[in-house]
Design a protein around this ligand. Structure first.
Ligand code: MG
Length: 158
């Protein structure tokens, strides 16, 4: 049996914080405001995985009221989500879209695919990471922040 899940996340740019996307440090003057490191790609991906498995969402498992998750590396959240789903489901493929006017992420896409694949114990070829601008429209176009969407296909192991 196959199950599909989708996730979405958005965060505002803030000064004085590193920008981490898909688990990869990206050179940029702004990071993302968040309780965690603000990695919108990983947050959207976690929600897609949890959604496909029918296990709620990232806020349910890692509440932003919990001090244990303050400033946390989102890769740790992704690894925990993987633990939650991996006994019942195998990941078939993942497709991620980053919505960003800036920065350009093309030079970092392969590193993101490798990083995410490592955390989920799959192959980089099972993960697509791409990006689009919004043609200068809306909060993304005004360079106020970033958003990401993820879709995941799971296959039941049992
Ligand atoms: Mg988030």
């Amino acid at each position: 049996m196959m199950r599909i899940g989708q996730g979405f996340d958005a965060h505002r740019f803030t000064a004085g914080k590193p920008l981490v996307l898909g688990g990869v440090l990206i050179p940029h003057p702004f990071g993302l405001e968040a309780h965690s490191d603000g990695d919108v790609i990983i947050h959207a991906l976690c929600d897609a995985l949890l959604g496909a498995a029918g296990l709620g969402d990232i806020g349910l498992h890692f509440p932003d009221s919990d001090k244990r998750f303050l400033g946390i590396d989102s890769r740790l959240l992704l690894q925990k989500v993987h633990t939650l789903i991996s006994s019942r489901y195998a990941i078939v493929n993942i497709d991620i879209t980053l919505l960003a006017q800036v920065p350009k992420i093309a030079p970092f896409v392969e590193a993101m695919r490798r990083t995410l694949a490592d955390d989920l114990m799959i192959e980089p070829s099972d993960i697509s990471v791409k990006a689009t601008t919004t043609e200068h429209m809306g909060f993304i176009g005004r360079e106020e922040g970033l958003a990401a969407m993820a879709i995941v296909l799971l296959e039941s192991k049992i």
